[in-house]
Design a protein around this ligand. Structure first.
Ligand SMILES: O=P(O)(O)OC[C@H]1O[C@H](O)[C@H](O)[C@@H](O)[C@@H]1O
Length: 548
């Protein structure tokens, strides 16, 4: 595909943006008493209220034209049929298959029924999880397993960690699940201190089984096990792996039956639904893991079949493009008003920024537009007392997604009503703002002098007209958490399709890895560094001096 700037709808949207510049969202509500009702869509247990956007009927109709012209219908068909839409790696993109295996018999891709492979892996996971939960799985001294440590990084860490945390109310209590990711020795050292090698199982999650951080931590875990009573022969009782590189996992000392497969057609940041989600299944049980898959599948079906005008990932994706490309929004914030979902922004950050942080079109030409925004955010209400100031009065436009359950898992006192009230009041404040007249009146009412009013009132003005979406669900359950993450996965795909980029490779992370190995070799040897830039030379020197 060529640059989206050549699409008719893109050009019309550029003109339309000029018209909308002078329109305040409040006036859109005043002009249409049914706006809230009209600008609401539902799917898979979620309701999206997108009424608080700088968009009218014409905006939405042009955005729908844009996704159509960009070929989204064809792209969705390609994804769901297993076409090699990851064109630079010549691979299918089938995270949707990982959650379809209970609802659908077969999906033939390159001559293989991938759903049969998915089902076989789920059975393998069921057996492993049941053995751990029942206490049948024993450590090398015959003791029952009490702790599982998941070692992985990137997509082999963030998704499972965020979902395990999101489903805390569903945690079973026979096994405690821990996560280690960073190559900073403090991460694994801190975890190991709390653990008993006789009762701990490590799950090494790495699609490639070649990631430096994960292998270093896996080796540290094995050394700890061996120097605390374990033997080479008993490594298989305490280590399991999730990987598409069985050979390397076997070489590490894993028993083949403890290696859970991964496939080329699952990208790391889309892999929590595969055996990479094993730590989630151990934490909350297989039934809840199936619930998670089912929720995501419901969202997949919605995305695949719903008209674009009612399609949550399409609406959210297109509105995102509206702000990024036509209002120069550089970032997008996610603010969950749910304590257990507090780490969601980190997962969606990887999902979106690794997918759409690209500068080349599918045909290799450079893009002419901005692509993926900086994704950030954190838990409401905490952020209100920290960075929301910039959302309300800063110079940058930051579209926000507010995410909230209607009911809490921990309904104490008025906490949930207070939490929910804060969520609503933030989106309301972003939209309505405060005029100078209101600020002046407020000060006068509080007894300020005319001089004080003149001095302070300008600082209290909040321009408003700042857009947000609100996503509501009855309760955070395995199914609604699954559907929510699938919604963001598809939103990312919608935007990548509009921009004409490949959302499923990540070549940009490679250079840093290669240079990291080179610098590591220089840190631990007496190499000649004179050909390096002066800054890197000086930093290497500082490190070496500190070690001597
Ligand atoms: O699962 P692994 O092969 O260990 O990869 C872990 C992570 O490393 C890479 O650097 C990629 O950027 C991620 O997309 C990936 O999830």
């Amino acid at each position: 595909m060529n640059s989206p700037t050549e699409l008719t709808a893109w050009k019309k949207l550029a003109d339309h943006q000029q018209e909308m510049n002078s329109v305040d969202m409040k006036s859109l509500f005043e002009a249409d008493s049914k706006r809230a009702e009209k600008y609401t869509a539902q799917a898979a247990g979620w309701t999206l209220d997108y009424a608080k956007n700088r968009a009218n009927k014409k905006t939405l109709s042009l955005l729908t034209d844009l996704v159509k012209e960009a070929g989204l219908e064809h792209a969705i068909k390609g994804m769901f049929s297993g076409a090699h839409i990851n064109n630079t790696e010549d691979r299918s993109v089938l995270h949707i298959a990982l959650r379809a295996s209970q609802a659908q018999e077969s999906l033939m891709v390159d001559g293989v029924n991938v759903l049969a492979e998915v089902r076989a892996t789920l059975k393998q996971m069921e057996k492993f999880v049941a053995q751990l939960h029942s206490g049948e799985w024993k450590g090398h001294t015959g003791k029952t397993i009490t702790d599982v440590v998941s070692i992985g990084i990137g997509g082999s860490y963030l998704g499972p960690k965020v979902v395990a945390e999101a489903l805390t109310p569903y945690a079973q209590d026979s096994i405690k699940v821990h996560f280690v990711a960073n190559i900073d020795g403090s991460d694994i050292t801190g975890k190991l201190k709390q653990l008993n090698p006789e009762t701990t199982v490590f799950v090494i999650s790495s699609k490639t089984f070649g990631t430096l951080e994960t292998l270093s931590n896996a080796n540290a875990a094995r050394d700890w096990f061996l120097s605390n009573g374990g033997s080479e022969a008993s490594v298989s009782k305490h280590f399991a792996a999730v990987s598409s590189n069985v050979e390397k996992a076997v070489a590490f000392g894993m028993a083949e039956e403890n290696i859970f497969p991964m496939w080329d057609w699952v990208g790391g940041r889309y892999s929590l639904w595969s055996a990479i989600g094993l730590p989630v299944a151990i934490a909350v049980g297989m039934d809840n893991f199936y619930g998670l898959l089912d929720g995501a599948h419901q969202m997949d079906e919605h995305f695949r079949t719903a008209p674009f005008e009612e399609n949550l990932p399409v609406i959210m994706g297109a509105l995102g493009v509206w702000y990024i490309n036509f209002h120069n929004a550089q970032t997008h914030a996610l603010i969950p008003y749910d304590h257990y979902l507090r780490a969601l922004p980190a997962h969606i950050q990887q999902l979106d920024m690794e997918s759409n942080g690209k500068a080349n079109l599918l045909n290799g030409d450079g893009v002419e537009t901005d692509t993926g925004p900086i994704i950030w955010g954190g838990a409401g209400t905490n952020g209100q007392h920290a960075y929301h100031q910039l959302l309300h009065q800063g110079t940058r436009l930051v579209p926000v997604d507010f995410i909230a359950p209607l009911a809490s898992h921990n309904p104490i006192g008025e906490h949930h009503a207070q939490l929910f009230a804060n969520c609503l009041s933030q989106s309301q404040a972003l939209m309505v703002g405060k005029t100078l007249e209101q600020a002046e009146q407020e000060l006068r009412d509080a007894g300020a002098t005319a001089e004080q009013v003149a001095k302070i009132a300008p600082h209290k003005v909040i321009k408003g007209n700042r857009p947000s979406n609100t996503l509501l669900t009855d309760k955070m359950t395995p199914a609604t958490v699954g559907a929510l993450i699938a919604l963001y996965e598809h939103r990312t795909f919608v935007q990548g399709t509009i921009w004409g980029i490949n959302s499923f490779d990540q070549w940009g992370v490679e250079l840093g890895k290669v240079l990291g190995t080179d610098i590591f070799n220089r840190l631990v040897s007496d190499s000649d560094n004179s050909a390096l830039d002066a800054s890197t030379q000086a930093l290497i020197k500082a490190f070496k001096k500190a070690q001597s």
